[in-house]
Design a protein around this ligand. Structure first.
Ligand code: SF4
Length: 423
C-alpha cells in the first residue's frame, strides 16, 4: 500500500516554486525600472543613446536518440520514477516485479544510496545499529554440499576443519553473557546441520540455550538447517525470537552452489518459521559467481514473501581454501552497497544486516552501508569459522560515526541467526 499524500505535497511544493520565482522576478523588474527612471530624472539633461537592437536567438537543436531499452549500465529508462515512487511509500509492499527491482538496483549508485537512506530514516532511527554476536554451537561435519562452506564434510580434506561436538548449555550461556556485557542485544547460535530430523535431544538442549539467553534479556536466534512445523513450534515455545535460513541467491543460480537441498525446501522452512510466529531472518551471499540478475532474483524472492523477513543479512563471500569457491575473487564493494540500498528500498521495515565479509571492509565502506540503510552488524571474536570485527573495534567505530546500539526488542519481536559464516 502506498500513501501518495507526501508525493502530492512535494509535487505541489515543486510546482508552486516557479510561480513564486516568476512573481519575484516580475517585482524585481518593476524595482529596476523605477530605479532607472529615477536615475534618468537626475541625469535628465544628457541625450540618451538609442537602445541596442533586440538580440536574435537562434533556437539550438539537440540530437535526439531513441530511449535505450537496455542501457549498457543496466539502467532502466523508467528507473528514476520507480525509485521515487518506492521512496514515497509509507508502508511496505510485497508485490514487486523483477523488472521494478532491476530498475531500482541499476539506478546511479549515489542516488540509490541517498534515496535508500531517506526511506531508512522514515522507518528506523538511523542512529541505531543492532549489535549481534554469533556463536558456532556445533562446528563442522555437515552433510550438505554448499560450495562456500568450510563446515561441509565434503571439503574437509581441503579445509582441514575438524568436526566438533555440540557445545554445552553452560558454555553457550557464558558466551552470551560476555556478548551482553559488550553491548550485544542479540545472540545467535549456529549449528552445522542439514536438518533437525532425529535430533530430539539436540533440540531439547537448544531449547535450554534459548531459554537461558532469553532470560538475560537478549533476543535469541538460531540457525539449525531445515526444520518442520513441529520443531518450529517447539523453538517458539522455548522463547526463540528468530530463525535464520538464507536463500543465498536467485532461484536460477542456486543449483550452481548447492545440490543437496532445493530452493523450495529452503522456502518451506521459512514458511514453518513464519507459521510458528518466529521472526524470519533470510538473506544472501554475494560473490558466489552470480550476476546482477541473480542479486535482483535474490531480492525478488525475499521481498515478495507473504511477509518480508524481519532481517535480511547481506554476506560477502569469504573464500575458504579447500572449498570449491575458495579462489573466488572478492565481490566489488559497489555491488554490496547496491544490494544493501535496494534491499532497504524494497523492504523498508526490515533490519538489513552487514554479515560475513565485513572484516575486509574499511570503516568508510561500512559507513556507506549504514547510510544506505544497513542497521545491524555481527560483533565479537568469531563469526562461525571466520574472523569477526571485535567488540572494542566496533564500539569505537560506531562512536566515531555518531551511531549507537539498538536496544533489545526495539524493533518488534524480531529476527536473526546463522548458517555457516553466512547469516
Ligand atoms: S552452509 Fe550450513 S547447510 Fe551448507 S554445508 Fe555449511 S553448515 Fe551445512
Amino acid at each position: 500500500m502506498f500513501a501518495y499524500g507526501t508525493t502530492s505535497r512535494r509535487l505541489a511544493g515543486r510546482l508552486a516554486r516557479p510561480v513564486q520565482l516568476a512573481a519575484a522576478s516580475q517585482s524585481n523588474a518593476r524595482t529596476y525600472a523605477t530605479t532607472a527612471t529615477a536615475a534618468s530624472t537626475v541625469v535628465g539633461t544628457e541625450p540618451q543613446p538609442p537602445p541596442p537592437p533586440p538580440r536574435q536567438w537562434t533556437p539550438r537543436t539537440f540530437p535526439v536518440s531513441a530511449p535505450a531499452t537496455d542501457p549498457p549500465s543496466g539502467r532502466r529508462p523508467n528507473g528514476k520514477q520507480i525509485l521515487r515512487d518506492a521512496v514515497a511509500a509509507t508502508d511496505v509492499r510485497n508485490d514487486w516485479t523483477r523488472e521494478e527491482i532491476a530498475a531500482i538496483y541499476h539506478e546511479p549508485l549515489m542516488e540509490l544510496v541517498h534515496q535508500a537512506g531517506t526511506l531508512h530514516r522514515r522507518f528506523h532511527d538511523a542512529s541505531e545499529v543492532q549489535l549481534c554476536t554469533l556463536m558456532n554451537i556445533k562446528t563442522g561435519g555437515c552433510t550438505e554440499d554448499c560450495k562456500y562452506c568450510a563446515q561441509s564434510t565434503r571439503y574437509q580434506k581441503g579445509t582441514g576443519l575438524e568436526a566438533k561436538k555440540t557445545e554445552s548449555v553452560e558454555a553457550v550461556l557464558a558466551a552470551a553473557r560476555t556478548a551482553r556485557e559488550n553491548g550485544s542485544t542479540r545472540f545467535c547460535m549456529g549449528a552445522a546441520w542439514r536438518d533437525m530430523r532425529g535430533r530430539k535431544n539436540g533440540l531439547r538442549n537448544i531449547a535450554a540455550m534459548v531459554q537461558g539467553v532469553k532470560a538475560m534479556g537478549m533476543e535469541v536466534c538460531v540457525t539449525l538447517g531445515m526444520i518442520d512445523g513441529e520443531q518450529a513450534r517447539e523453538l517458539k515455545a522455548a522463547g526463540l525470537t528468530a530463525y535464520n535460513h538464507n536463500v543465498d541467491t536467485s532461484r536460477e543460480f542456486y543449483p550452481s552452489v548447492i545440490s543437496t537441498r532445493t530452493y523450495d525446501e529452503r522456502l518451506r522452512t521459512l514458511g514453518h518459521v513464519r507459521d510458528a510466529g518466529i521472526s524470519v531472518c533470510s538473506g544472501g551471499i554475494l560473490g558466489l559467481g552470480e550476476g546482477h540478475a541473480d542479486r535482483v532474483g535474490l531480492l525478488h524472492t525475499v521481498s515478495t514473501l507473504p511477509s518480508h523477513p524481519e532481517s535480511f543479512p547481506v554476506n560477502a563471500l569469504v573464500p575458504i581454501k579447500g572449498t570449491p569457491l575458495g579462489d573466488q575473487p572478492p565481490v566489488d564493494f559497489t555491488d554490496v552497497l547496491r544490494t544493501v540500498a535496494t534491499a532497504r528500498v524494497l523492504m523498508p521495515a526490515t533490519i538489513v544486516r552487514i554479515a560475513a565479509g565485513r572484516k575486509t571492509m574499511s570503516e568508510e565502506k561500512q559507513a556507506l552501508c549504514f547510510m544506505a540503510g544497513a542497521n545491524a552488524i555481527f560483533t565479537g571474536d568469531k563469526m562461525l569459522t571466520t574472523e569477526c570485527n571485535g567488540y572494542e573495534e566496533d564500539k569505537a567505530m560506531l562512536d566515531r560515526w555518531g551511531l549507537g546500539p539498538m536496544k533489545s526488542f526495539e524493533k518488534s519481536p524480531k529476527p536473526a541467526a546463522v548458517e555457516s559464516e553466512y547469516f
